[in-house]
Design a protein around this ligand. Structure first.
Ligand SMILES: [Zn+2]
Length: 249
């Protein structure tokens, strides 16, 4: 990613982001990279809510958020980027309104579309990273294949009840999502506590910001699992599938 003098930090930026700029390994250079970034957030639901809110609050230049749905009453226990007044609006548009209140300097591109093979290139556009905030594997596999073909980093996460999982995919350095989950479980009405999406969504944000700033070690080739019932984190090492139909030889 190029950092140019065309995107300097303003005095307002330096004040607003002071507490992260002073973080070792972040600095003003890191903040400029965050400011210059365009992030594609796939989904404005349970995961997309904390992801959009914390990326906007961190000073990402452009958030491109995509969702074809409308907030329903049963979404509001976890989809905190929307509130009662947004019922019936498009989720991407509703998210844009909330983010404008959090940080009016972030550009929010609200895309009201269902993600399919035919439109994904237009939707992702020039974004430098894709954040998976979906609730279904067929769409995740479309995102994964696009990320693989374009060598884009892809932050995968999933939640269920009071548990979740997370990994940072960036082929060819890591397996792709299809290596890890070659199938698609059937859709179901699964239980979810809002704070679960908060835990896992904010971890997706941290991985995204680490990628942009170069800080820390990314969750590559590792799947992190969180069990909220027992309050345990554990992780497994991931391996590429040499016969993977997406990234295999
Ligand atoms: Zn693969």
């Amino acid at each position: 990613m190029m950092v140019t003098n065309q995107t300097p930090l303003t005095p307002d930026d330096k004040e607003r982001f002071k507490r992260q700029i002073i973080l070792p390994g972040w600095g003003e250079d890191g903040q400029k990279k965050v400011k210059q970034a365009t992030i594609f957030i796939a989904g404005a639901g349970g995961l997309g809510s904390p992801v959009a809110i914390y990326l906007a609050a961190a000073g990402v230049g452009t958030v491109r958020i995509c969702d074809c749905g409308e907030p329903e009453l049963s979404n509001l226990n976890r989809q905190v980027v929307h509130s009662d007044k947004d019922l019936g609006k498009n989720k991407a548009l509703s998210a844009r309104e909330t983010l404008a209140h959090i940080n009016p300097h972030v550009t929010v591109e609200a895309l009201s579309a269902k993600i399919v093979q035919e439109n994904i290139a237009d939707l992702v556009g020039d974004a430098s990273i894709i954040v998976d905030c979906m609730d279904n594997f067929p769409t995740r596999h479309i995102l994964n294949e696009y990320a693989f073909r374009n060598t884009l980093p892809f932050v995968h996460a999933g939640v269920f009840g009071m548990s979740g999982q997370l990994t940072f995919i960036h082929t060819p350095e890591t397996p792709c999502l299809y290596c890890i989950f070659p199938g698609s479980p059937p859709p179901e009405l699964f239980p979810i506590v809002g704070a679960t999406a908060g835990v896992i969504g904010t971890l997706e944000v941290l991985e995204t910001l680490k990628y942009l700033t170069g800080k820390g070690t990314l969750l590559k080739n590792r799947m992190l699992f969180w069990d909220g019932d027992q309050m345990h984190f554990h992780e497994i090492t991931l391996q590429k599938d040499p016969h993977c139909s997406v990234c295999g030889k």
